[in-house]
Write a protein that binds this ligand. Structure first.
Ligand code: ZN
Length: 295
């Protein structure tokens, strides 16, 4: 597996943002965690490479940048270079969220990984489907692109954490990891409905729909687990057990209650995504050589 792209080190990040006053221990933890997440991000990109024509296999690179604001974006010079950049501030937030969990270390690391996959998967969708190459989008189309990317982020997550079917207990655990990761990420980052984005709770619902779509076909045990866990009678005790920190637990409960009762229609955005999909496929230079297989 090649780790393409570049990653700012925790030492460089700390020098750039001295006001953070990172201790040696914190720097080491950031270095260890961000290295692990960088490798995982590259693993997801590697998984999509076989779908790309040879000439473009190395064109997608991952970058962890020096910014402190939590942000992720995709851009570059399609089709030759497509950069997925994630700020170290966002990586730090992912690692901080997981500190508030009272779960086994391996489970916590799986949740951190799943949060990162959702971020990379979202940006990767923008790249693969040529969203970034659309220059004249209207707000409805921009909104549709974001929903499309969130849905595929859920699909990518499922595909990456359920590589082997067969072991029901492992499939069920992976489904719980996916739900917790989605809920934690969107609760922490938050966000109201804007012209471009749906609110964080609705985005969570879209991600889980994508996740469910893949598992229904490939891992029925995980799909059933998702549906059972999303029942509030099961979800609330899970959150009580998993999240130690009261502030985060409250944010999570608020996000879930909004997700289940949001007065915000998605159907127009989904219809717009359906409508524009073939246009995005036509725009994607990355997909040009295999375009006839896309629609
Ligand atoms: Zn986006």
């Amino acid at each position: 597996m090649s780790d393409s792209g570049s990653r700012i080190t925790a030492e460089e990040y700390s020098l750039k943002h001295p006001h953070l006053q990172l201790t040696l221990l914190e720097k080491n933890a950031l270095e260890e965690g961000s290295t692990r997440l960088f490798m995982l991000g590259n693993k997801l990109i590697a998984l999509t490479r076989p779908q790309l024509p040879d000439s473009l296999k190395e064109s997608i690179v991952l970058q962890f940048t020096n910014y402190e604001t939590p942000q992720a974006k995709a851009g570059g010079f399609a089709p030759d270079l497509n950069i997925i950049s994630i700020s170290m501030g966002l990586i730090g937030r992912i690692l901080a969220i997981s500190k508030a969990l009272s779960l086994e270390k391996s489970t916590i690391q799986s949740i951190e990984g799943a949060m990162l996959i959702l971020v990379v998967g979202h940006e990767l969708t923008h790249v693969m489907f040529g969203h970034n190459e659309v220059m004249d989008e209207e707000s409805m189309e921009a909104s549709a692109m974001e929903v499309h990317s969130d849905y595929f982020a859920g699909l990518y997550l499922a595909r990456l954490i359920h590589p082997h079917g067969g072991n029901v207990a492992l499939e069920q655990t992976a489904a719980i990891v996916a739900i917790l990761a989605g809920v934690l990420l969107f609760s922490e980052l938050g966000g109201e409905r804007t012209e471009t984005y749906h609110s964080a709770p609705v985005r969570l619902a879209v991600v889980l729909a994508g996740y469910l779509r893949w598992t229904m076909d490939h891992s029925p045990a995980a799909a059933m687990q998702i549906q059972a866990t999303l029942d509030l009678r099961n979800l609330n005790p899970l959150i009580d057990d998993a999240i130690q920190e009261a502030v985060l637990a409250d944010k999570v409960r608020h996000c879930i209650s909004c997700a289940t009762s949001a007065d915000e229609s998605l159907s127009d955005t989904i219809q717009a995504a359906e409508k524009f999909r073939s246009k995005w496929h036509r725009q994607s230079s990355l997909m040009a050589p295999i375009r006839d297989q896309l629609d």
